[in-house]
Design a protein around this ligand. Structure first.
Ligand SMILES: Cc1ncc(COP(=O)(O)O)c(C=O)c1O
Length: 387
């Protein structure tokens, strides 16, 4: 795959290395949103079928991406909504605990903390060995060791949102199954840019905000709820999640049955006529490109960066724990980070500062030139960074 920058309306002279914060809009998504707004001038054109047809299409596209049944997909407004939905359906026995990653994204952390407080369960926060040169190996091992018969739930990001550290989801999912723990994964920072397979990883709930690697809009996310959540209780009582909701003439013949599948967990007004077409375009494009090609492209793009960092004796994580699309350059504590960020910005290079990391994230709209410029600025700031 070559750069796909031509499919975006990104300013041509900037170096946007920050998809981990928000993706730029695909031209096709922009066109879909504009078309939806124009259609809203004449609402008589919206048919009852329009409320359900696009959600169905979007779910099928996401199901293809993560290897699940489209009936197990639910539309959500945010990752916190997805976590709350999943956790409100997880019981807790006396003496059980929950597990979260050290430095987990706040939406996940707070959701699990609240569940623990409600259930008087301990929250175990698992990190790497403090003395480890690179965190990958010990963090994965510590995580696996911490999952025991007393674990009720593990909630974690598929990769660490601050530095891209990859977790061995397959082993963690297997361990959760062995001990009977529910496995909730926040896929926001990897689904769309790295392989995701809910069956192989034995994930019970996969929660994704869509405005990063899925090229979706802010305000609409998407999730998978596996069989552990069959027959569960949604957070709210939307008329759309009932078995008779497509029969507009008969809605007050109140149907107390939720739809059989994970559609019961859809947020109210899930057919959002502007946002959903945008998400649809993002998912369609990703499936056309394929995730393996996206991954390959990102890997190729970042090789010069890794080579450069190695040449400057920066200690890098082992490849098996490294994401190709998101990378955290650990900054020395005495560095003037503001100065560095300002210098990057004055060179029109956009990255994020997350924890003690300079977070660089790449996607198919990036080019070798973007990485080249980043390397130039890092090199010219070297006395501040690696001296
Ligand atoms: C790992 C992770 N999860 C979730 C989110 C977004 O959360 P929410 O949808 O609750 O705003 C982010 C945003 O940066 C993230 O990095």
């Amino acid at each position: 795959m070559d750069s796909q920058k031509h499919l975006f309306n990104l300013d041509p002279d900037i170096h946007y290395l920050n998809c981990g914060s928000k993706s730029p809009l695909l031209k096709s998504a922009e066109a879909a949103a504009v078309a939806a707004l124009i259609q809203a001038r004449n609402p008589f054109q919206i048919t009852p079928d329009d409320f359900f047809a696009l959600p169905k299409e979007v779910k099928a596209r996401f199901a293809e991406l993560v290897n699940c049944d489209p009936f197990q997909v639910a539309l959500i407004p945010s990752s916190s909504y997805g976590f709350a939905t999943a956790l409100s359906n997880i019981p807790c026995d006396a003496g059980q605990h929950a597990i979260v990653l050290e430095g987990e994204f706040p939406s996940g952390y707070f959701s699990l903390k609240t569940w623990c407080d409600k259930n008087q369960a301990a929250l175990k926060v698992v990190g790497p060995d403090k003395e480890a040169l690179t965190p990958g190996e010990s963090w994965n091992k510590n995580l696996l060791d911490s999952i025991t018969l007393e674990t009720a739930v593990v909630l974690m990001s598929s990769i660490h949102w601050m530095n891209g550290l990859k977790f061995d989801l397959e082993s963690i999912g297997q361990k959760c199954k062995t001990v009977g723990a529910v496995f909730i994964v926040d896929g926001t920072q990897s689904v769309g840019a790295a392989e995701m397979d809910v069956k192989r990883f034995k994930i019970d709930a996969l929660i994704c905000a869509s405005y990063k690697w899925l090229f979706g809009p802010y305000g609409m996310g998407i999730s998978y709820f596996g069989h552990a959540f069959d027959g569960g209780q949604p957070l709210e009582e939307s008329w759309m999640n009932r078995t008779n909701s497509q029969d507009f003439g008969n809605l007050t013949n109140y149907d107390h049955e939720y739809t059989e599948d994970s559609g019961r967990y859809n947020v109210g007004e899930m057919s959002n006529f502007v946002l959903l077409p945008m998400l649809n375009e993002g998912l369609k494009q990703i499936n056309e490109w394929t995730v393996s090609e996206i991954e390959r492209y990102c890997r190729k793009l970042t090789i010069p960066l890794y080579e450069y960092l190695k040449s400057r004796n920066v200690v890098l994580e082992e490849e098996q724990y490294t994401s190709h699309h998101l990378f955290g350059l650990k900054l020395p504590e005495d560095i003037d980070v503001e100065l560095l960020i300002n210098k990057l910005q004055s060179n029109k290079i956009y990255v994020s500062r997350r924890g003690g990391n300079l977070r660089v994230s790449v996607n198919v709209f990036n080019t070798a030139e973007d990485i080249g410029r980043l390397i130039q600025v890092l090199e010219s700031s070297r006395s501040n960074i690696y001296a």
